[in-house]
Ligand binder design. Structure first.
Ligand code: SAM
Ligand code: SF4
Length: 436
């Protein structure tokens, strides 16, 4: 019996797919090379923006012919669309055999058995703590250099545009002991980098252990040379976390800190819980403690009622901070969120024009920042081959670097001299292998 999982969305979903793979392999399934070969096909979905959700249903439409030819093939719909739509999925698509929410991952064996023995169309949207209790060591991670470890599930914030609290539920942290054991096992398996995951990872709490304490504990795991954590919420980025970033040699000098907007009035309408000045203050402190920190962020353009002036404030904010990388999106109304009912007089064409303007400004900033690295030496963890057949990897600041070298160096640290730079990546020449 063979399985295939198709994944949309964030790192958390990627890691959830690794957990689902682990469970299926424990049940004796082997990975399929392509969709037509799969006996079980799981669609692990994202519903953060409407487009991601639409993609899932159009993808399901494209599977109709295959399912007619192979009626025994089981199709499971997992992830945030599953949680959001629940029973509605069965009405929308006759192809789906079961629905499994992101908190119900551990129920996959029983739900599969129910489909196979009773030919029911079961659904499990899970309990609050099911997913965090899942032993991450059972996940079937892709072989490589970097592994994800979930430390916080759910989110207690109430950002008005965001569906995550509805789909992923209330915040819950994984016990520190379990995180340390999982990380030690990953080091044993040869992973050199760990990325700790949570929708609001800064809210991590296990008794007295907060994120800063956890980062310090993880320093003792031999073999783990790089540690990252995402996603940080600006209102929860404490001085203690910044100090841990400064003190812990394995914590990378890179931070993703989504701002969402540079306008105080929009931030207030979004209920983000900070102002532009407070965000700038956090960054100033962080840059003082970790001077070579690389910062990335998320910005939403065209939030309901965003005025030209409010948009200008976001542009000004980007010029002021000069992020090393930015993800920007047009606001997408989501069901059961506060913003979806807000008056929005901004036409889509105007939102698209704003997004283009913001992205072009950011591209210029990134090109300038990356060019300033030409001639410098960077440490690259090689994670694979580029499409052009060069080695590719990332710096500690999370920049992509391509350079010529031997494919046997994948998984190793290499010192590279930067020779050319575009807005999204660097080109370089290797100086020395630093080891694995
Ligand atoms: N928990 C993280 C945070 O607080 O930033 C990330 C949540 S979400 C998966 C990732 C990004 O998607 C957000 O930072 C936001 O910029 C964007 N996003 C979320 N909801 C959105 C919406 N309704 N429309 C457009 N972008 C959205
Ligand atoms: Fe969504 Fe806000 Fe929670 Fe991030 S912090 S997941 S944007 S509600």
């Amino acid at each position: 019996m063979r399985y295939l999982i198709q994944t949309w969305g964030c790192q958390m979903n990627t890691h959830d797919s690794e957990k689902l793979s682990g469970i299926l392999e424990e049940l004796g399934y082997a990975p399929a090379e392509s969709v037509p070969q799969a006996d079980v096909l799981l669609l692990n979905t994202c519903s953060v923006r409407e487009k991601a959700e639409e993609k899932v249903f159009s993808h399901l439409g494209a599977l109709r012919r295959l399912k007619e030819q192979r009626p025994g093939m089981i199709i499971g719909l997992c992830g945030c669309v599953a949680q959001q739509e629940g029973e509605g999925i069965f009405r929308r698509s006759g192809l789906v055999d079961f629905v499994l929410g992101p908190r119900a991952i551990a129920s996959l064996p029983s739900i599969l058995e129910e489909v196979q023995t009773h030919r029911n169309r079961p659904m499990d949207l899970g309990r609050r703590d099911d997913s965090i209790r899942f032993d991450g060591a059972r996940a079937r991670r892709a072989p490589g250099t970097k592994a994800f470890v979930t430390i916080v599930e759910g989110c207690n914030k109430a950002c008005t545009y965001c569906i995550v609290p509805t789909t992923r539920g209330r915040e819950i942290s994984k016990p520190a002991g379990a995180i340390l054991r999982e990380s030690a096992a990953l080091a044993e398996q040869g992973y050199r980098e760990i990325e700790l995951l949570g929708q609001n990872v800064n809210a991590y709490r296990d008794g007295d252990v907060r994120l800063d304490g956890l980062l310090r504990m993880l320093q003792h795991i031999e073999g783990i040379r790089r540690l990252r954590f995402t996603t940080s919420h600006p209102a929860h980025l404490s001085i203690d976390i910044m100090r841990a970033m400064r003190d812990c040699p394995t914590v990378c000098n890179a931070l993703h800190l989504p701002a969402q907007s540079g306008s105080d009035t929009v931030l207030a309408r979004m209920q983000r819980g900070y102002t532009r000045l407070r965000y700038l203050d956090r960054i100033e402190r962080l840059r003082t403690l970790v001077p070579d920190i690389a910062l990335s962020s998320d910005i939403i353009v065209g939030y309901p009622g965003e005025t030209p002036r409010e948009f200008e404030e976001s542009l000004l904010f980007l010029r002021e901070i000069e992020f090393d990388q930015l993800y920007s999106f047009i606001y997408s109304p989501r069901p059961q969120t506060g913003a979806a009912t807000e008056e929005d007089g901004v036409p889509m064409a105007e939102k698209e024009a704003r997004l283009r303007e913001l992205q072009s400004l950011q591209q210029g900033i990134q090109r300038k920042k990356n060019r300033s690295l030409i001639g410098k030496e960077v440490e690259v963890l090689v994670d694979g081959l580029s499409r052009q057949g060069q080695l590719k990897g990332r710096t500690r600041t999370n920049r992509v670097v391509n350079f010529d070298g031997d494919p046997s160096w994948v998984g190793e640290f290499v010192s590279v001299r930067v020779e050319a730079a575009g807005p999204n990546s660097l080109e370089g020449h290797r100086i020395a292998r630093v080891g694995s």
